[in-house]
Design a protein around this ligand. Structure first.
Ligand code: GMT
Length: 375
């Protein structure tokens, strides 16, 4: 199959999922064309089956805001026509779904049929999408997509609750490529460098937006550290970074906290850690938690959105109400205080992550591509 994939190239879950999906499809012999304004950060391998088409946004003095959706649409028309794509898969509804719809109709007028799939990822529905200024276009583009998927049952229900969507939404959860977690080598030197006195290592990975409530991560960490010597690793960057640094100084814990910045690959640092914290206000799936679990790291999380579909209470970790720092810290200590309990949770986390093995999820996407192409 010749498949076009549209995604955000930046450090965000939807871009990671789109890129890993494309790489897996290419490994099975499909021709995969990525279309984005920048090379997706995980798209770093050479393969004769992978192509990258850059959307160039020109800067014209008249425009205070560059019309990205229009240039994306034109690029889609061009790539679909020239590369003779069979199907287009857009990740994140805004503005990818409406651009795909427009491209589809331009091509229709030229006698070319291109079906498209929209995958909803989260904030396109739960945050940005709820903004009234986007709602009519998103509703229309979702309804006009040939197939719509959501990464969790919770996101599906949110979409149905907030938009007048009349079509079926198929749930296809996010996935893990376990090959990335094999042969990580000995990570004890990483452990030793951050926790020389065998402190417990707590870790959080995100883009530090308000929705992640990273201050809660700090608060949980501080409570844990009062009982058990611990270190906190923060991977990622984003708008909350400066407030977090400030908070860290106010609390006098800077010597125990490491801001590691944006890391392309997190597998090794995760596997050197003991506990993952995900305290989000809203989270449609929580790919970062799944990645931690694949690295055998149990998860202390909030119980919002799709997280309960990923992290199982009392098995792969624990879930608490959003903002319930005391409960999160209590649960973290339950896991960390006893070596045998920690080892059991690590194994459970890994087993739970196995439910989301790409080998189980990829066929679901392949089936919908085939269904659309055969229509
Ligand atoms: O919020 C992010 O981390 C980025 C965002 C995205 O779309 O790039 O993530 C959303 O999609 C991920 C992949 O499907 C999900 O794992 C995240 O839960 C979701 N984020 C939120 O819902 C806040």
């Amino acid at each position: 199959m010749k498949i076009g994939i549209v995604c955000y190239p930046t450090f965000g879950g939807s871009g990671v999922v789109a890129t890993e999906l494309g790489k897996a499809l290419a490994a099975k012999g499909n021709k995969v064309h990525f279309i984005s304004y920048q090379q997706p950060f995980k798209l770093d391998l050479f393969s004769e089956n992978i192509f990258y088409h850059e959307v160039k946004v020109t800067n014209y003095p008249l425009f205070d805001y560059q019309p990205y959706e229009l240039v994306l649409t034109s690029k889609l028309v061009d790539v679909i026509k020239f590369e003779k794509l069979d199907v287009l898969h857009v990740h994140y509804a805004i503005p990818h779904a409406s651009a795909a719809y427009m491209a589809q109709h331009i091509l229709k007028s030229e006698g070319i049929n291109i079906p498209f799939i929209t995958t909803l990822h989260g904030t396109d529905i739960t945050l940005v999408g709820k903004d009234k200024s986007f709602a009519p276009v998103i509703t229309f583009a979702i309804n006009e997509s040939n197939i719509v998927t959501a990464v969790s049952e919770s996101l599906k229900q949110d979409t149905l609750a907030h938009f007048n969507v009349k079509r079926e939404i198929k749930v296809i959860p996010n996935f893990i490529c376990f090959s990335d977690y094999e042969n990580l080598g000995d990570t004890s030197s990483i452990r030793k460098s951050f926790a020389p006195n065998n402190e417990k290592i707590l870790i959080h990975v995100s883009n530090f937006r308000k929705v992640k409530r990273v201050q809660d991560v700090f608060k949980v960490f501080i409570k844990v550290n009062e009982k058990i010597p611990a270190k906190l690793l923060l991977v990622g960057d984003g708008p909350e970074r400066y407030q977090l640094e400030e908070f860290c100084r106010e609390q006098g814990v800077c010597d125990k906290v490491h801001f590691l910045g944006k890391l392309k690959d997190t597998e090794r640092i995760l596997s050197a850690s003991d506990l993952f914290l995900l305290t989000s206000e809203s989270e449609s799936f929580g790919l970062a938690a799944l990645e931690a679990m694949a690295a055998k790291v149990p998860v202390i999380s909030s119980n919002t959105g799709g997280i309960p579909e990923v992290n199982k209470h009392g098995y792969s970790g624990y879930l608490s109400n959003v903002g319930d720092i005391d409960d999160m810290a209590k649960n973290a200590l339950k896991i960390l205080s006893d070596y045998t309990v920690l080892e059991q949770f690590k194994q459970n986390a890994y087993q739970q992550a196995k439910q989301f093995d790409i080998e189980k999820i990829l066929p679901q996407y392949e089936a919908i591509y085939k269904e659309l192409i055969g229509r």
